[in-house]
Design a protein around this ligand. Sequence first.
Ligand SMILES: Nc1ncnc2c1ncn2[C@@H]1O[C@H](COP(=O)(O)OP(=O)(O)O)[C@@H](O)[C@H]1O
Ligand SMILES: [Mg+2]
Length: 445
Amino acid sequence: MELAALHLKLNDRLPMGVCVVDAGYNVLYWNDFFADRIALRSEQVLGQSLLSLFPAEARYLKKKIHSVFVLNNASFSYWEHKPHVFPFSSSRPITGEETLMYQNIEFLPLDSEGGTVRSVCLLVQDVTELASYFQAEQQLSARLELEHAALKAVNEKLSMAQNQLLQSEKMAAIGQLAAGVAHEINNPIGFISSNLQTMQDYAGRLLKLVAFYEKVTAKTGTETTQAMQRDMQQRMQFDFVRHDLTELLAESIDGIDRVAAIVKNLKSFSHVDNAEWQYASLVDGLENTLKIAANQLKYKVEIHRDYSDELPDVYCQPMQINQIFLNLLVNASQAMDAGGHLYLKVWQLDANVFVEVRDSGSGIEPAHMNRLFEPFFTTKPVGSGTGLGLSLSYSIAKKHQGDILVHSVVGEGSSFTLVLPVHGSDSPTEETTENEFAVEGNESS
Ligand SMILES: Nc1ncnc2c1ncn2[C@@H]1O[C@H](COP(=O)(O)OP(=O)(O)O)[C@@H](O)[C@H]1O
Ligand SMILES: [Mg+2]
């Protein structure tokens, strides 16, 4: 066999496209790779314009081929940039469906004589397998990235929830501790208080008795006994003692009464059975909490109360609701300077009770409004704010099927309104509604 014929035979067997064009873009030769795919033999296309044979990418082909003629340098076309220059279907479809062939093309200068290129050879390589592998890889990593981001978000949420849980656990623990301590010191306070009262009574009697003796001595005693008495009284500083004894006792009784009141507040605030759901008065809760928060409030603000008459008890976890009140009251007081006004309002509308805590404080920047309930959102200096008060309050409100509404004007003040359903989440009305749905569902199926 002739060498040229052998070359042609080899070319035809090549698993890649070979096509030679002249300076007018006319086909001089193409191998079976081309012939098989567009059903035109090399002889049939001889002299035809490659550009009109593949009109869709004619401009691109022209540009590429032209540059090789002009520059006498090889040029390349990569699948990532131009995947389907020739509209061939893939010989190795990856997915089983007919897909377009992904191609790398080399444009090589041929027959260059004295710097002039006479023809250009196009080598077309089928890289469908590689491309689809790449694409699958890319899709996979994109998906992994998405999943990773989703996981990260879930993780963040989890740790926030854990923080809130920790915080509320801590509050519950403190509440229980306070209740325990209150219970323990209640007993001694009881007997100290009653003993003091008895002592006050006894002291009164003793003083009367002394006064009686003084009178008797003054009337019937001799000079000597009277002098002795005066001397003794002076040595004992009796005039001072007589006066001070009554005052000391009165002061102590007042003190122990105050301790008893604080303990009582602490007990009702921490509601020993705090986790239990029960019907409780929100006004009582607010007032008890106010007494606890009083040391933050009383010196600088005036409190205005507006409570509706005949408010129903609300089905709730009272200790948790007090926690909300405490957060709102502390925030309000922190937002106000001395001379501020605190407005407390409680009213009912339909099946809900509303508790509004309004202050004449700094107000809230509009940009902060959306972030108030985010865990750790705080505008307060380190050490004075944790940023957990409102987020914790919000989750407690949600657990009660309630809500917290905010209204604020910068420079005028803020109002936070807790809304709670009177009968809580498992109210009889809601149950009937659910049952009605169930019945409807059964009928229609
Ligand atoms: N009554 C209020 N007046 C003005 N700003 C408030 C008030 N209540 C809450 N805020 C704002 O909301 C933020 C978050 O409150 P909170 O969750 O209780 O955290 P903290 O009080 O620890 O900062 C506060 O830092 C403050 O900027
Ligand atoms: Mg706070």
